[in-house]
Design a protein around this ligand. Structure first.
Ligand code: M6R
Length: 606
C-alpha cells in the first residue's frame, strides 16, 4: 500500500516526482525516495519518515537532474520503515519502485542469495530488481528480462523500472492500481490520478496484465508476452484544486465542509424533476431486480461498512428485500451462501481495498451479480462489477473518511428507492423531496462548527468515550466512535442504546462521556430513557437532538441541535457534528489529522 510516480519526457523531473508523491502521501508515508536517470547515471535519494525528510535531502543537494525518474512513498509491509527499506531499490543496472506484495519473496530471496546476489533491504520488493538484473545478465534485453521476472512473481504489484543502459521506463501491473498520464511534455505514470492531475487530464487506466514500454518519443502497451494491447485514453474533467487543501488547515476539514456540495453532486442527474423521477442508469439490472433478485449482500470495510449497515436499514424498510452486511475481510473466508439470485453490493471509497475486491471476485465465481458503489472512477472494484454507481465526492485525501461516507449513503438511499420502483412501480417521492433538502441542512450544521469546537475544547482530555444510537443511528454511533479513535487516538466504542444495560453501563462514571443520538425519529422516548440511566450514574452526556426539542437540555450536559428531517434521512445530518467533533479534538491534541499513525488511505493489502 504505497504510492508510485514516474516520468519520462522533456523536463527535469525531480519537482514533478516530489509533487506527485505529495499528492500520494495518503497511500503511505513512513519513508520515501526517488531515482533520476541523467546521462547514463542513476542517482537515488531516500529518506525515512515523512516526505518532508526526502525533500530536505533533495533540496540540500545541488544539480539534482534527470528527465527520467521514478518515485515512491511507502507504507511498510515487509521490513520496518527505514532508509534501507525505502524504495527505489536498485541493482547494478536497474532501479525499481513497487506497490503491492510479492508473496513468494522468500523463495526468490533464497534463489538470489544462492546466485551470489547481495540483498540490501528487508523488503519483498527488492527481489524484483535483482531478478531483472539476473535475467538481463543471461543475455536478455531490458523488456525480456522484465517479462521473465514477471513470470516468477506471485502476489500483487504495480512496478516501475528504469535502467542506466537505456532511456526507457517500463511499467507493469497486476492487482495494484496504476494509471498513465499523457501530455506534450512527457509521459507520467502513477498509482492514482491526483498525483499527476496538475500536468494532464488525459489518462489511460491500466488493466491487470498490462506492460507499458515508454521512451521519450513513444509508448506501447503490451501483455506479459509483449503482444500489443489496445487501450483507451480518457479525458477527466476534475480540477487539480479539488485534490488540494485550499484555505483549510487539513484535508479532513476541507472534506467535511464539502459535504453539502458532494451530496448534491451525487443526487444531481439522478433525482429529476424535483423528486418526481429517479434515474440511476442501471436499467441493465432491471429484469434481474424484478424477476430474480432474492437477497442482497453488502460487503465493505471500515467506514464503508458503516454505510452498508445504513444500507440494510434503508433497503429493507423501503424495498423490503432481505439484506446481509458483512465485513469483506470476514465474508471472503466464511464460505457464504451465494448464487445467481444474489446481488452483491461492494462499497468502497477507493475501489482498491484488497478484502472488498477479493470478496467481489469470490462472488463473481458463484455467478452473483455485482453492483458496486465507489468513489474512484474506473478503479479495480468497478472494473470487476456488472454495474457501478459512483459517489461524486471528488478525491478524498484525508485518511479518515467523511465525504465518501455521506455520498455512499446518498447512493444507497437512491438505490433502495430504485429497487422499490422497479419491483412495485411505486416511487417514494416524499423521500426524494426530503433528500433534495439535505445539502441545505448539512450546510446549516456546518455553520455551527464554532460551537462544536467549544465542545471539543471542553471534552478533549477524556480518554474514553461511549457512542450510542438506535436503529439507523446505531451505524452513525459506530462511525462517530471510529472517527474519534482513528484521528485523536482516544478510545471510543459504540453500542445500540438499548444494549447499554446489558454490559456497557458498567463503564459509566464521570470519567467516561457519552455521545448519544436522540433525534426525533423512532424510539425517541426509549433513547431518552437510556440517556437518563447514564445521568443517574454521573455520566457526562453530549446529545445530538432535533431543533425545537425543548426538554432535552434538562437531561444532558451539552446538546448539538440538527435540523428536522424525515426519520430515514437522519443519519445524513447526525454524522456531521460527530465528524467535526472528532476533527477538532484531534486538532487540539495536535495529532497528524490527515495521516494518523499506523493507517493508510487505501488498504490494498490483506
Ligand atoms: O476505500 P474503502 O472505502 O474501501 O476503505 C475502507 C476502509 O479502509 C476505510 O473506510 C477506513 O476505515 C477509513 N480510515 C475510515 O475513516
Amino acid at each position: 500500500m504505497c504510492g508510485i510516480v514516474g516520468y519520462i519526457g522533456n523536463n527535469d523531473c525531480s519537482d514533478i516526482l516530489l509533487d506527485g508523491l505529495t499528492k500520494l502521501e495518503y497511500r503511505g508515508y513512513d519513508s520515501a525516495g526517488i531515482a533520476l536517470l541523467n546521462k547514463g547515471i542513476i542517482t537515488r535519494y531516500r529518506a525515512n519518515g515523512k516526505l518532508r525528510n526526502l525533500k530536505k535531502v533533495i533540496y540540500s543537494v545541488k544539480n539534482v537532474e534527470g528527465s527520467i525518474g521514478i518515485a515512491h512513498t511507502r507504507w511498510a509491509t515487509h521490513g520496518i520503515p527505514s532508509e534501507k527499506n525505502a524504495h527505489p531499490h536498485n541493482s547494478e543496472n536497474f532501479v525499481i519502485v513497487h506497490n503491492g506484495i510479492i508473496e513468494n519473496y522468500r523463495e526468490l530471496k533464497s534463489f538470489m542469495i544462492e546466485n551470489g546476489t547481495k540483498i540490501s533491504s528487508d523488503t519483498d520488493s527488492e527481489m524484483i530488481v535483482h531478478l531483472i538484473e539476473y535475467y538481463y545478465k543471461k543475455n536478455l534485453n531490458f523488456e525480456n528480462a522484465v517479462i521473465k521476472t514477471i513470470k516468477k512473481l506471485e502476489g500483487a504489484y504495480a512496478v516501475l523500472v528504469i535502467s542506466k543502459l537505456e532511456e526507457k521506463l517500463i511499467a507493469f501491473k497486476k492487482d495494484s492500481p496504476m494509471i498513465i498520464g499523457l501530455s506534450d511534455e512527457g509521459t507520467y505514470v502513477a498509482s492514482d490520478v491526483p498525483a499527476i492531475l496538475s500536468y494532464t487530464n488525459k489518462f489511460i487506466y491500466l488493466n491487470d496484465g498490462d506492460l507499458v514500454i515508454i521512451t521519450k518519443s513513444d509508448m506501447k502497451i503490451t501483455d506479459f508476452e509483449l503482444s500489443p494491447k489496445e487501450y483507451n485514453i480518457k479525458t477527466l474533467n476534475i480540477s487539480p484544486l479539488m485534490a488540494e487543501k485550499g484555505e483549510y488547515k487539513h484535508f479532513m476539514l476541507k472534506e467535511i465542509n464539502e459535504q453539502s456540495r458532494s451530496v448534491a453532486d451525487t443526487f444531481r442527474g439522478r433525482i429529476l424533476k424535483g423528486g418526481d423521477e429517479l434515474d440511476l442508469d442501471i436499467s441493465n439490472l432491471d429484469s434481474f431486480i424484478k424477476n430474480d433478485l432474492q437477497k442482497i449482500v453488502i460487503t465493505a470495510c471500515g467506514t464503508s461498512w458503516h454505510s452498508g449497515l445504513i444500507g440494510k436499514y434503508l433497503i429493507e424498510s423501503i424495498a423490503r428485500i432481505p439484506v446481509e452486511v458483512d465485513y469483506a475481510s470476514e465474508y471472503r473466508y466464511r464460505n457464504p451462501i451465494l448464487d445467481k439470485n444474489t446481488l452483491v453490493i461492494p462499497i468502497s471509497q477507493s475501489g482498491e481495498t484488497a478484502d472488498t475486491l477479493a470478496a467481489v471476485k469470490m462472488a463473481k465465481k458463484e455467478d452473483s451479480k455485482i453492483l458496486s458503489i465507489c468513489n474512484v472512477f474506473n478503479s479495480s472494484i468497478p472494473r470487476e462489477s456488472d454495474a457501478v454507481l459512483y459517489t461524486y465526492a471528488g478525491p478524498e485525501i484525508g485518511v479518515a473518511s467523511t465525504k465518501a461516507f455521506t455520498t455512499q449513503m446518498s447512493v444507497i438511499l437512491l438505490l433502495a428507492l430504485y429497487f422499490k420502483k422497479v419491483k412495485t412501480s411505486v416511487l417514494d417521492k416524499k423521500i426524494l423531496e426530503g433528500a433534495l433538502l439535505l445539502p441545505e441542512n448539512i450546510n446549516k450544521i456546518l455553520k455551527t462548527s464554532e460551537y462544536i469546537f467549544t465542545l471539543s475544547q471542553k471534552y478533549h482530555l477524556y480518554s474514553d468515550f461511549l457512542y450510542l444510537g438506535r436503529g439507523l443511528n446505531f451505524p452513525i454511533a459506530l462511525e462517530g466512535a471510529l472517527k474519534l479513535k482513528e484521528i485523536s487516538y482516544i478510545h471510543a466504542e459504540a453500542y445500540p442504546a438499548g444494549e447499554m444495560k446489558h454490559g456497557p453501563i458498567a463503564l459509566i462514571d464521570e470519567n467516561m462521556p457519552t455521545f448519544i443520538i436522540v433525534t426525533d425519529g423512532n424510539n425517541y422516548d426509549k433513547v431518552l430513557s437510556n440517556l437518563q440511566e447514564i445521568k443517574a450514574r454521573k455520566g457526562k452526556v453530549i446529545a445530538i437532538a432535533t431543533e425545537g426539542n425543548k426538554e432535552i437540555k434538562d437531561f444532558c450536559d451539552d446538546v448539538i441541535f440538527v435540523p428536522k428531517t424525515l426519520n430515514l434521512l437522519e443519519p445524513f445530518l447526525n454524522v456531521i457534528p460527530m465528524q467535526l467533533f472528532s476533527y477538532f479534538v484531534a486538532d487540539i491534541k495536535g495529532t497528524d489529522v490527515d495521516q494518523p499513525r499506523n493507517l493508510a488511505k487505501s488498504v490494498t493489502v490483506e
